[in-house]
Design a binder for this molecule. Structure first.
Ligand code: ATP
Ligand code: FE
Length: 356
């Protein structure tokens, strides 16, 4: 089975081709990603209209490049998987329309995919991970602990009550004049900094449960930055590194402690061969990965994290989530709608279009 995946829910236009023979491990034949970082850079954040237009411009090209990298023609594709939410609606619509056109024109099945399911199932694409497993999905817009019971069945144990860590990394970068996306630039600066230089808050650690909060961090960072500036008139390279290292340490501490608790809850119900898998863009952070690995070892759980390129947005994960849905018999038709919101742990009613 050869499946084409399309993704355009935020600021990456992506197409990928995935092939599975029988029950063998699926193989990524091609994965093309066109980022839009430069387009949005002047505005300090993703501008939905600019994103939608850029997706519409790059989708055909991404599909062509994915096919040529896979050395296949369109007629050799058996099914199309597309992100149908959640995300910026103009962007989501771009790939949904493209996928519908291809499905109708080639007369092949269409499967809509939840972008978050794409992230949450990625460990199964890259590693031999079986259900159930505990998932920490930590990305630009989300942060939650989920028990993955099946390709479309997730239970939420807790998550952020305000900002996502990815957002916090991006805001930190903006406050310090570092390039976007903030995650990689803050991580890089942090390597040369002292994580104890500033004591930033670790909210909700005194409360039971797996909920987290990251919005206070940026206020604390802003204050610390302004205090340095008003004292010395500006930030040195070392000041910036210390701020980044202290910020990252706070995020790492919160994620580590809440992961320990989530594992406790999860393992009480699922004691046999427990596994924590992380996914989402922030899971690309090496300090976070290393610390979570330690927490798992201490808790007696295995740990897995997808390769960096499959942590951030890509279409291989969408093709894979589509493949899982396809194999379970799911099909969508021209009524497939684009959903701006679509929580993973429930079937939310479609907010746009005629969807089912
Ligand atoms: P969502 O998946 O929640 O809809 P998204 O698709 O925008 O949001 P992803 O592509 O999964 O998010 O992740 C992007 C985020 O990951 C950005 O906020 C980026 O700063 C962050 N990120 C990427 N690399 C790193 C890193 N090394 N350290 C920390 N954060 C990182
Ligand atoms: Fe994402």
């Amino acid at each position: 089975l050869t499946i084409l995946g399309l993704e355009s829910s935020c600021d990456d236009t992506a197409a990928a081709v995935l092939r599975q023979s029988g029950d063998d491990a699926p193989e990524i034949l091609a994965s093309i990603v066109y980022g839009q970082t430069e387009l949005h850079a002047p505005f300090g954040g993703v501008v939905p209209e600019i994103a939608a237009r850029a997706h519409a411009e790059k989708l055909d090209l991404s599909v062509q490049e994915a096919l040529s990298a896979a050395n296949l023609s369109l007629s050799e594709i058996d099914a199309i998987a597309v992100t149908s939410g959640p995300g910026l609606i103009g962007g989501v619509l771009s790939a949904v329309m493209c996928a519908k056109g291809l499905s109708a024109g080639l007369n092949i099945p269409l499967v809509g995919v939840n972008h978050l399911a794409g992230h949450a199932l990625t460990p199964r694409l890259t590693d031999q991970v079986t259900f159930p497993y505990l998932m920490l999905l930590v990305s630009g817009g989300h942060c939650q602990f989920l028990i993955a019971h099946g390709p479309e069945k997730f239970t939420r144990l807790g998550g952020t009550i305000d900002d996502a860590p990815g957002e916090a990394f991006d805001k930190t970068a903006r406050l310090l004049g570092l390039p976007q996306p903030g995650g990689p630039s803050v991580q890089k600066e942090a390597e040369a900094g002292d994580p104890k230089a500033h004591r930033f808050p670790r909210p909700l650690l005194d409360r039971p449960g797996c909920d987290m909060s990251f919005s206070g961090l940026k206020t604390a960072l802003l204050r610390a930055r302004d205090a340095i500036i008003s004292e010395k008139g500006g930030l040195t390279i070392k000041d910036r590194a210390d701020l980044c290292a202290s910020f990252q340490a706070a995020v790492v501490d919160v994620l580590a402690e809440k992961t320990r608790r989530a594992l406790e809850v999860y393992m009480a119900e699922n004691p046999s061969e427990p596994l924590l898998a992380v996914a989402g863009g922030v899971a690309a952070n090496s300090a976070i990965r290393a610390r979570l690995e330690t927490v798992c070892a201490e808790s007696g759980a295995a740990f897995t994290a997808p390769p960096l390129a499959l942590c951030t947005d890509n279409a291989a994960m969408i093709a894979y989530a589509g493949l899982e849905r396809f194999k379970s018999g799911a099909r969508d038709d021209m009524g497939l709608s684009a959903r701006p919101r679509w929580p993973l742990d429930q079937t939310a009613p479609a907010l746009l279009g005629s969807g089912k």
